[in-house]
Design a protein around this ligand. Structure first.
Ligand SMILES: NC(=O)c1ccc[n+]([C@@H]2O[C@H](COP(=O)([O-])OP(=O)(O)OC[C@H]3O[C@@H](n4cnc5c(N)ncnc54)[C@H](O)[C@@H]3O)[C@@H](O)[C@H]2O)c1
Length: 260
């Protein structure tokens, strides 16, 4: 595990409670060492606290590295993780909209016979978007309603819902690098970031972050709504994102995989 913040902790606790199949957390890393030690201390099966990602990659028993840190961490470590022969789960998906980085990861994954896995994160229906995109897709629109709390210091005081952003997913992820990874996930599953439209609404009437996805295509139409409870430690990050990683890890250890 790289990153022992809100999501890293929530994922580790789900794994520790046996909710991610046979997966075990063998090692944790955070640039803030205290967070890594604190998390390791709280787990019943104590992982090793490593001092660097290089130390983590030297452990032959590690099959999968989960990034739950930041876009910067993906830029720093993703290539070396895959090149070391480990599978990589990426949560800071916005980083993968860098076409050059994505291309390099694809090449390394091919060379090493490994995978870069992107969980559905804070949304649902990514399977449907992937399926739809095998055929012709006319339109994908993500409408995200954010509470003032989830925007933190970026929030302005409003009494009515206010559209903060309208544009493509590439711009959306630049504007909200920490809070709109789902726009990147949907883009990569579907028709690309330049064709995926995004609207972000600051909504004082919501407590939760609400993501609505509208897809139109050859298959018909799809509408998905996720109304997300935040993680206890970070109001920007949805608990569903942690659950989606536990579910992905569980599916990796299962013989029969549903909704793959
Ligand atoms: N895919 C999704 O749907 C989804 C949903 C929510 C959050 N996220 C993303 O997941 C990531 C983690 O979210 P969080 O709520 O746990 O954040 P957080 O701020 O609570 O925790 C991040 C942790 O990672 C560590 N970290 C950051 N950069 C690092 C680096 N370069 N090297 C080592 N450690 C580093 C920090 O010290 C911190 O402890 C964020 O990038 C967030 O945007 C994705």
């Amino acid at each position: 595990m790289i990153g022992c913040g809100a999501l890293g902790r929530a994922i580790a606790k789900l794994v520790d409670a046996g909710r991610a199949g046979d997966t075990k957390i063998l090692a944790v890393f955070d640039r803030n060492r205290e967070k890594a030690y604190k998390l390791a201390e709280e787990l019943s099966e104590k992982p090793k606290v490593v001092e660097s990602v290089d130390d983590l990659l030297k452990m032959p028993e590690v099959d999968v590295v989960v990034e739950a840190a930041s876009q910067e961490a993906v830029k720093q470590y993703a290539r070396k993780v895959v090149d070391s022969g480990k599978n990589l789960v990426v949560l800071s998906v916005g980083a993968l909209l860098d076409a050059e980085l994505l291309k390099q990861l694809v090449e390394l994954a091919k060379k090493r016979g490994k995978k870069v896995l992107i969980p559905s994160g804070a949304v649902a229906g990514v399977d449907g978007i992937s399926s739809a995109s095998i055929g012709e897709v006319k339109e994908i629109l993500l409408v995200t309603h954010k509470s003032p709390k989830s925007l933190g210091e970026e929030a302005e005081e409003v009494e009515e819902p206010k559209v903060l952003f309208e544009g493509d997913a590439l711009e959306a992820v630049k504007r909200f690098p920490r809070g709109l990874n789902v726009a990147a996930t949907i883009s990569l599953a579907g028709i690309g970031a330049e064709k995926t439209r995004v609207r972000v609404v600051l909504d004082p009437s919501v407590e939760r972050t609400v993501h609505e996805i509208f897809v139109k295509g050859e298959f018909g139409e799809l509408y998905i709504k996720a109304s997300n409870v935040p993680t206890p430690e970070n109001p920007r990050s949805s608990y569903l994102a942690a659950l989606s990683v536990a579910s992905l890890l569980k599916r990796l250890s299962q013989e029969v995989v549903v909704g793959a």
